[in-house]
Design a binder for this molecule. Structure first.
Ligand code: 2AL
Length: 170
């Protein structure tokens, strides 16, 4: 899909195509559609980024809260979005041994208790050792730093999802 084809999409098709570039936040693509025409894919990505940055802290935390836990209930029950399932598989989240799964569940819970939003990391850029190490380290951060870090990871996830969509669909 080239940028002219993206710019020609009516909003229904645009949201159908790009609605999950930020996990379970179709509002973002619905809003960003108004920013057409985009000069490039990078320009569309920048529009998503700017929309997120303009949100109050509660909005940013809301975006984090739309993300499923890594190796969490959604993965076990098969209710993840396709994108999330594939990303979690790349990081080996569907292949944890019992001890790793237990550690992951405990740390995810500890993180959520401390910050009130889930641990978010770009799974495609990690493996399970890295996820566990970062989860454990990031539990010790300050809340504001973790909010910013989580949002930075959301943007990485978004960039990879956008690129995959444009590669596959156009
Ligand atoms: C996720 C997810 O669903 N995909 C990804 O890369 N990271 N979730 C998370 N809590 O980090």
């Amino acid at each position: 899909m080239d940028i002219a084809a993206i710019n020609a999409l009516p909003y229904e098709a645009f949201v159908n195509t790009f609605g999950n570039v930020v996990e379970r936040c179709p509002l973002i693509s619905a809003a960003v559609w108004s920013r057409r025409p985009f000069e490039s894919l990078a320009d569309l990505e920048a529009a998503v980024s700017e929309f997120i940055e303009a949100l109050p802290e509660s909005g940013k935390e809301g975006i984090l809260r739309c993300h499923p836990d890594l190796a969490g209930r959604g993965l076990q029950s098969g209710t993840l979005t396709q994108e999330s399932r594939e990303e979690q598989a790349v990081a080996g989240m569907d292949a944890l041994d019992q001890a790793e799964a237990l550690r992951m569940a405990r740390l995810n819970e500890q993180y959520k208790q401390r910050f009130g939003f889930p641990f978010v990391i770009c799974a495609r850029m990690s493996d399970k050792a890295d996820v566990l190490r970062q989860l454990s380290e990031r539990c010790r951060n300050e809340r504001a730093a973790e909010r910013d870090r989580g949002i930075a990871e959301v943007k990485k996830i978004c960039r990879l999802r956008l690129r995959a969509l444009v590669r596959d669909k156009l």
